[in-house]
Write a protein that binds this ligand. Structure first.
Ligand code: FAD
Length: 354
């Protein structure tokens, strides 16, 4: 069965919902197709102890402030799921959960969106599928011979799953630091944290609020033709959220340079020595989940799909929202996605009215 609609939004996490909010304000007819059976996007899959790195009022989508979570300065992931579920309902955002889009194709000047539950003919598409469903694991010698458990950030839940075990956490970003802290603070896991270069902690007084201000200042500078202020990456990589700070200050977050290979029962270090390990947690990042766009043949030389803001250069009826800075500064954060979502909806409304 094929349905016709002005706009299909692929993905119903925070980016898809922000898009829906602004499409509604533009009076456009749209549907949001989301692979997850329940609201909340990737937040519903995060590990048990995860908290935001910004207070609630600095983690809001357009139109509705996130309420504070009682007793928590920085809300947990469950609170974000509740907020997104409420947002979806409050704005009546016609999200079809449990619908996975397999392909988007061109057809007679329109876009055909093929999902496992049907096909939609759309005049424009916003892709907002995030990165959570595409975990990245680096090619590392011996990964196939290691007989212990290997998991990625997306599979990590809590230290209880590793009680009494020797765990190697790989990755010098926020996920690596937070999972290493979570495991060490538990006190029942023998943790080795491994990073490719020495971890760079942001100053303790910098949280998501300050990061957003820095990203905004950078965008303004670039828009006004001033020199690049360097953005967030120039300050450091790791937000010193309370558990990371506690573990670091207690001396529990010692770090080793990356091992050279995995062996059947552990890892081999640069100096030839060996450590046994029961599990390796790869906190090594994500890639944008864009397989459904493959039929459009849009990838540029760096693997990214080239865009002007959110609009795809090779397909003007397609917008990308929320994947990373290349689709708008801070667009992969709760507070940052509102602006590019508004711009995408405005552009689509203008395009469809001509
Ligand atoms: P997602 O939340 O991943 O939503 C994408 C949706 O698309 C999902 O519901 C999925 O089911 C659906 N989907 C995927 N593929 C398809 C398909 N083919 N067809 C249909 N549906 C599909 N940001 C902050 O603002 N504050 C923080 O403190 C913060 N902490 C973070 C901590 C961690 C560990 C991580 C990983 C990220 C954090 N972020 C934080 C960043 C950011 O807010 C999240 O990455 C956010 O979830 C991105 O939202 P999204 O809507 O783009 O993608």
């Amino acid at each position: 069965m094929t349905s016709a609609v002005d706009v299909v939004v692929v993905g119903g996490g925070q980016a898809g919902l922000a898009a829906g909010h602004h499409l509604r304000r533009q009076g456009l007819d749209f549907v949001i197709l989301d692979a997850d059976a329940a609201p909340g996007g990737s937040w519903q899959h995060m590990w048990d102890s995860l908290h935001l790195f910004s207070p609630a009022e600095h983690s809001s989508l357009p139109g509705r402030l996130m309420p504070a979570q009682p007793g928590e300065a920085y809300p947990d992931a469950g609170h974000v799921v509740d907020y997104l579920a409420d947002y979806e309902k409050r704005y009546n955002l016609s999200v079809q959960h449990g619908t996975r889009v397999d392909a988007v194709r061109r057809n007679a000047g329109q876009l055909m969106v093929e999902a496992d539950t049907g096909t939609w003919r759309a005049r424009a598409v916003i892709s907002a599928t995030g990165t959570w469903s595409r975990p990245f694991l680096p090619a590392t010698p011996g990964r196939e011979v290691f007989t212990g458990r290997q998991l990625h950030t997306v599979n990590y839940r809590s230290p209880a799953d590793f009680a009494g075990q020797r765990v190697i956490v790989v990755g010098g970003g926020n996920s690596g630091a937070q999972i290493a802290a979570d495991l060490t603070l538990d006190g029942h896991v023998n943790v080795t944290w491994v990073t490719q270069r020495p971890p760079r902690f942001l100053p303790d007084d910098i949280d998501g609020r300050a990061l957003f201000d820095v990203a905004t200042a950078r965008r303004r500078a670039l828009e006004e033709g001033r020199s690049d202020t360097g953005g967030v990456a120039s300050l450091g990589d790791i937000v010193a959220v309370p558990p990371v700070r506690s573990a670091r200050d207690a001396g529990l977050l010692s770090v080793r340079p990356m091992f050279t290979r995995l062996t059947a029962d552990g890892v081999r270090w640069d100096d030839g020595s060996h450590s046994g390990a029961d599990a390796v947690v790869w906190c090594t990042g994500f890639r944008p989940a864009l397989a459904h766009l493959a039929p459009l043949n849009l990838r540029g030389p760096r693997g990214h799909i080239p865009t002007d803001g959110t609009r795809v250069l090779g397909e003007p009826h397609l917008h990308l929202l929320g994947y990373g800075d290349w689709t708008g500064p801070a667009s992969a954060t709760l507070i940052g996605v509102g602006r590019p979502a508004r711009e995408a909806a405005h552009q689509i409304a203008r395009q469809l009215s001509t």
